[in-house]
Design a protein around this ligand. Structure first.
Ligand code: HEC
Length: 111
């Protein structure tokens, strides 16, 4: 293999590796930031989820009520009811792309 080809290849591998490190995969973000309330399966059957009465996101009916843009906004800005915070916003921790991926992840939790 020519040196230039080798160099180009190692640069490619390097940039791929850093790309992965920058944006965590949605499943990982879900487990780390969301599953404590919404559950790994999205059903919300955790101690906190039951207390907060989160909806079951594996339920097709619940999913049908949710619009992608509203979900993105909720994850970014948080969810309030009667002036009280029900869920905090994640715009400090997560990028817009990561939030979009999380919404796609929630769609895949549909039973
Ligand atoms: C402290 C508990 C808690 C955590 C952590 C949490 N949520 Fe929520 N979430 C709630 C509550 C409470 C609601 C409002 C009730 C409901 O819609 O089930 C909600 C609502 C939502 C909604 C529905 C918004 C709408 O349009 O009605 C989405 C989507 C959502 N959460 C996604 C996420 C994602 C993604 C994460 C992680 C980045 C996350 N949540 C972390 C408690 C939490």
């Amino acid at each position: 293999m020519k040196t230039t080809t080798k160099l180009a290849l190692s640069t490619l591998v390097l940039s791929l590796a850093t790309g992965v490190a920058l944006a965590a995969p949605a499943a990982e973000n879900w487990d780390n930031n969301c599953a404590s309330c919404h559950g790994a399966d999205g059903k919300g059957q955790t101690k906190q989820g039951k207390k907060l009465k989160v909806r079951d996101y594996s339920d097709a009916k619940v999913q049908a009520e949710l619009k992608d843009e509203d979900m993105c906004k909720a994850v970014m800005e948080g969810v309030k009811a009667d002036g009280k915070e029900r869920m905090k916003g994640f715009k400090e921790e997560l990028s817009a792309d990561e939030i979009k991926d999380l919404v796609a992840h929630i769609r895949k939790l549909k039973a």
